[in-house]
Write a protein that binds this ligand. Structure first.
Ligand code: ATP
Ligand code: MG
Length: 336
């Protein structure tokens, strides 16, 4: 069956501290393994919303790999693209939580199965009839072979006319902003949908102002949809205005701030991934960018209410019920 969405990247399990302020350089209790990895959180969320989703990645021939594969199978994510590597162990992210809300990580990824991504892992079969390829910058930042895999996937997706979605998900510990500007350029240019944070857009763009960066991008791609995520403030949808194009200046940008929902944040892991999945599934189903973004806000808000990377990824019926029972916060605050 043709896939709606294909994604690829680091297959991980997460092992996290049971309590706040337990630094990772000292003995204390952990809980886990929980299936994880940004592209896999995304895939599970999209599948729970009803999309046909496929993933490409690698796990070891061990219990942690089985933990992730079992979860993907439970959620009916297509795992044909997952390679089981007998010579490597499954990637692990150890996570500690600090009292100020920030997180501390130790990754076993580069030398794990997750670090063995390469263009040879792509099977053309997965691209037949594909509607959309979703790419995450965090995956492209892992190593050169992962970037090459991304470039090859982009080529194969464009060959079949699939839409391209790109979330820069810049992780400074993996790649410097300077290098990312260069490495991510082909994906920024090819994208039909971009889902950066404000900071990422400014780091990757050629202007000092979010709207100016988007205006630049729209000149080359008038159909582009940019959705800027803003954490607890929701998101802002930016598209080309049908009304104005100033001669000598270029296309004007329509800016639509979309408020999110008031929730109690328990664990921020996965909010961006669930948001991306919510936006793409609705947008591919024909919703307007603003409607898709409202739905995505609900997915992102729900994601932070549960501990565990995939625990906050709800089903379509659950997200719809949440949107029925809760109104978004009032008074969009948008300060250009
Ligand atoms: P990451 O890449 O670390 O997952 P991100 O910067 O891509 O994070 P955020 O902006 O933190 O993603 O979150 C994505 C979306 O999730 C937001 O646009 C918003 O819709 C929702 N969201 C996140 N945090 C909250 C919160 N505390 N309350 C309500 N909604 C939230
Ligand atoms: Mg992100």
């Amino acid at each position: 069956m043709a896939l709606d969405i294909l994604t690829f990247g680091e297959a991980l399990v997460e092992v996290m501290r049971t309590d706040v302020d337990q630094p990772l350089d000292q003995p204390a209790l952990f809980t886990g393994p929980y299936p994880s990895g940004a592209p896999f959180i995304f895939a599970v969320q999209a599948a729970r919303l009803g999309a046909q989703v496929g993933t490409v990645g690698a796990v070891g021939q061990d219990a942690f790999g089985k933990c992730l594969l079992d979860q993907l199978k439970t959620d009916k994510v297509d795992t044909r693209g997952i390679h089981v590597l007998p010579d490597y162990t499954t990637g692990v992210a150890f996570v500690g939580y600090k009292g100020d809300g920030s997180r501390e990580f130790v990754f076993h990824a580069r030398h794990a199965a997750a670090g063995q991504l390469s263009p040879q892992m792509l099977d053309k079969e997965l691209f037949k009839g594909l509607k959309c390829l979703h790419i995450m910058g965090s995956t492209l930042s892992l190593h050169q072979q992962a970037l090459d895999l991304g470039l090859r996937a982009l080529e194969l997706a464009q060959d079949v006319g699939a839409k391209i979605s790109f979330d820069p998900n810049l992780r400074r510990q993996l790649m410097s902003p300077d290098r990312a500007r260069y490495a991510f350029a082909p994906f920024m240019e090819a994208a039909d949908v971009l889902m950066p944070s404000e900071e990422e857009l400014l780091l990757l763009g050629d202007a000092y102002h979010v709207e100016a960066v988007v205006q630049d991008l729209l000149e080359d791609k008038p159909e582009l949809v940019v959705v800027v995520t803003k954490g607890a403030e929701g998101c802002v949808v930016m598209t080309q205005s049908d009304e104005y194009s100033i001669p000598g200046i270029g296309p004007m940008v329509t800016v639509d701030p979309i408020n999110t929902y008031d929730v109690t944040e328990v664990d921020p892991t996965g909010a961006g991934d669930c948001f991306d999945a919510g936006f793409l599934t609705r947008w591919l189903a024909g919703d307007s960018p603003s409607d898709a973004a409202q739905f995505a806000n609900a997915c992102g808000a729900l994601a932070v209410t549960a501990k565990g990377p995939m625990a906050g990824a709800r089903t379509l019926a659950e997200v719809q019920a949440f949107m029925r029972d809760n109104k978004p916060k009032e008074d969009p605050e948008y300060e250009p």
